[in-house]
Design a protein around this ligand. Structure first.
Ligand SMILES: [Zn+2]
Length: 184
């Protein structure tokens, strides 16, 4: 596929989500690289999300319980010094709600601080476990829907203050053999 034009917030978020779903499938199938059928699934999902025949919300629900019950750091897999981390930092308006809370070790927690999750990942030169990214994207989408931001252009959003940074939402994903679903 040629380079995609992503102008609105909605396009960026749904494109990222379609890529996430593609990566998820490829990791589960232990693929080394993406194949034609992966790209076809991605294109179909993106289209479905944009024209609203598909819905991002329902796809997440089954993952929630699984993630909350695991008692290890969601970012690095450590089982030491765990506490709850706010995916959207509290200082930036993140809520004390299940969707926004995950286990993190003290080291990850303090390293992340009040940074945006993906900004923190960029700073660490790493890519998050896909399940974490999935939770994060869900939060971003819900936030943008609730605040009527989906139709904004990306450049408009860059100049505003939100609990996430649109510039760090990934629009291309690493190869499947360099990704993990959950931290190990
Ligand atoms: Zn950790």
């Amino acid at each position: 596929m040629s380079k995609k034009e992503l102008n609105t917030v909605k396009e960026v978020l749904f494109w990222s989500y379609a890529n996430l779903a593609m990566s998820h499938t490829a990791v589960e199938r232990r693929q080394v690289k993406y194949e034609t059928f992966n790209y076809m699934i991605r294109a179909k999902l993106f289209k479905g999300l944009v024209d609203e025949t598909m819905n991002i919300r329902t796809m997440f629900d089954d993952e929630k319980i699984k993630l909350l019950s695991g008692s290890k750091c969601s970012y690095c897999g450590s089982t030491e010094n765990l506490s709850l981390d706010h995916i959207f930092a509290k200082k930036l308006g993140g809520k004390d709600e299940g969707d926004n809370l995950i286990y993190a070790c003290q080291s990850c927690n303090s390293s992340k601080g009040k940074k945006d999750l993906m900004e923190w990942m960029d700073y660490k030169k790493t890519f998050p476990p896909l399940m974490i990214l999935r939770r994060y994207l869900k939060l971003v989408v819900i936030y943008c829907v609730e605040n009527n931001l989906m139709e904004y252009s990306v450049s408009e959003l860059k100049n505003q203050k939100h609990p996430f940074n649109i510039e760090y939402v990934p629009v291309s994903y690493p190869k499947p053999n360099s990704l993990v679903l959950v931290a190990e």
